[in-house]
Design a protein around this ligand. Structure first.
Ligand code: FAD
Length: 404
């Protein structure tokens, strides 16, 4: 029986240092510039590909770690560098997760490498679920997928919104409704291969934070994809639809378990943003003098920093627990994955706001990075399940009731 330990092993420490060096040396120096440009930072992604960070191999190995901690450790370091650039580097993993969750081994083998490409020819994916009228309520998607039997093609029509890498990705993974009467159980995921006619980018959004990450609408107008692009295959879909129509149980539980297992990695990103702000504020408070002494010598500032550090560590512990549970197959009885993401998001918003307070006027201007970190932090209360949705999931898990 192995001893309980929160110490990272040699491999994890090496990866942590490797990504920290990249975040410090490559990401941070250009973070303010890409935030202002509001464009995908291709040169930084190229650098990440050159060192093997933007690659299928890196993520496959990291997900393979038996403790589950390599992914959160990697996310925290990269997002400590910058959240917008970080998301530009890891956003493709959303599409990968969509393929891994539903694809056959052949589909995974064909499409996942195309979500990264090679250092010479970068490729990217996007995961398209959200719609203007279906955000938290993903069971009400309006995008349709209709099968054209004569041509063995699926015809996709609809509008997706808020899509990370939407329109600029090579591979779009689109969730669409095959039978709207069945709600979430009548949906399926499709690969839209590079260059497919009928898929286009709509409005690109100008955002509050994570501005180096591209977010846009994706329009599907009679977009035809081969039958082989239905993830999981037609036979499996037909079986699933038949079961749903008979009112038999579905794999909703399995989907929930997948969300619980992926949420800690998003929480870890928020921990990275919070840590960046805490460290900066701590250093600043030791340097800045008012009334003849460093501002940290005032209890109100020192206690603020003590609380920031405590909240940060608490959030990380919840993230690590959930990541370990996900990797070791523990049952998420209290929605521990949602808990970790909820706590980390709130912590990032609170810690970055306190950091602005500690810097005073300097915290409020763009010459200093903390205002950007605060803007970036807010997304963690919204995407990958908004704050209230995480509460709902936890409340349902602990009560066993269908809380509304
Ligand atoms: C920058 C960015 C990137 C994104 N990237 C992607 C992406 O790559 N792919 C993708 O598919 N989507 C993406 N999203 C969409 C994101 O997942 C949604 O914004 C999120 O799910 C919330 O949906 P909504 O914005 O429609 O808000 P709504 O669902 O309309 O929610 C509005 C408010 O109501 C609350 N609320 C809703 N229902 C309930 C309820 N039952 N009980 C209590 N409160 C409730 C919510 O918590 C929220 O506070 C992204 C969004 C952003 C902003």
């Amino acid at each position: 029986m192995s001893q309980f330990s929160l110490e990272l092993d040699e491999d994890q420490l090496q990866i942590q240092q490797w990504i920290h060096d990249f975040a410090e040396g490559v990401v941070r120096p250009v973070a303010a510039e890409w935030d202002e440009r509001e464009e995908t930072p291709w040169p930084v992604i190229e650098e990440a590909a050159k060192i093997g960070l933007y690659s299928f191999d890196f993520f496959a190995n990291a997900f393979g770690d038996e403790t589950g901690l390599t992914i959160p450790v990697a996310m925290e370091e990269l997002f400590w560098g910058d959240a917008g650039i970080g998301l530009s580097i890891v956003g493709t993993v959303l599409g990968v997760a969509g393929i891994m969750a539903n694809g056959t081994p052949e589909q995974i083998g064909e499409w996942v490498p195309q979500c990264f490409g090679t250092p010479d020819k970068l490729m990217m994916s996007a995961f398209c679920v959200s719609e203007p009228d279906a955000g938290s309520d993903v069971s009400s998607l309006r995008t349709t997928a209709v099968y054209d039997e004569a041509k063995d093609e699926w015809v996709l029509n609809g509008q997706k919104t808020w899509i990370t890498n939407g329109g600029i990705a090579d591979v779009h993974v689109v969730v669409a409704s095959v039978d709207r009467d069945l709600g979430g159980r009548g949906q399926a995921s499709f690969i839209v291969p590079p260059g497919t006619p009928g898929l286009s980018q709509g409005t690109k959004f100008k955002k509050h934070g994570i501005r180096a990450s591209h977010t846009a609408e994706v329009i599907l107008d009679d977009c035809r994809v081969p039958g082989s692009c239905l993830l999981g295959g037609k036979e499996k879909l037909d079986e699933r639809l038949a079961r749903a129509r008979e009112g038999k149980s579905s794999k909703v539980q399995a989907a929930m378990a997948t969300f619980e297992a992926t949420r800690p990695s998003v929480g870890a990103q928020a921990v990275g943003v919070a840590r960046a702000a805490y460290e900066y504020a701590l250093d600043y408070a030791k340097e800045r003098k008012q009334f003849g002494r460093a501002i940290i010598e005032n209890q109100s500032i020192a206690f603020m920093l003590a609380n920031m550090k405590m909240e940060l560590d608490a959030a990380r512990l919840l993230v690590w627990r959930a990541a370990w549970m996900g990797r070791t197959g523990k049952e998420f009885k209290a929605a521990e994955g949602s808990m970790s993401k909820l706590k980390a998001g709130r912590t990032a918003v609170w810690v970055t706001e306190r950091a602005i307070q500690i810097l005073g006027g300097y915290g409020y201007v763009k010459e200093y990075p903390v205002e950007r970190w605060h803007r970036d932090a807010k997304i963690y209360d919204i995407f990958e399940g908004a704050e209230q949705i995480q509460e709902l999931v936890i409340a349902r898990a602990i009560s066993g009731l269908r809380i509304q």
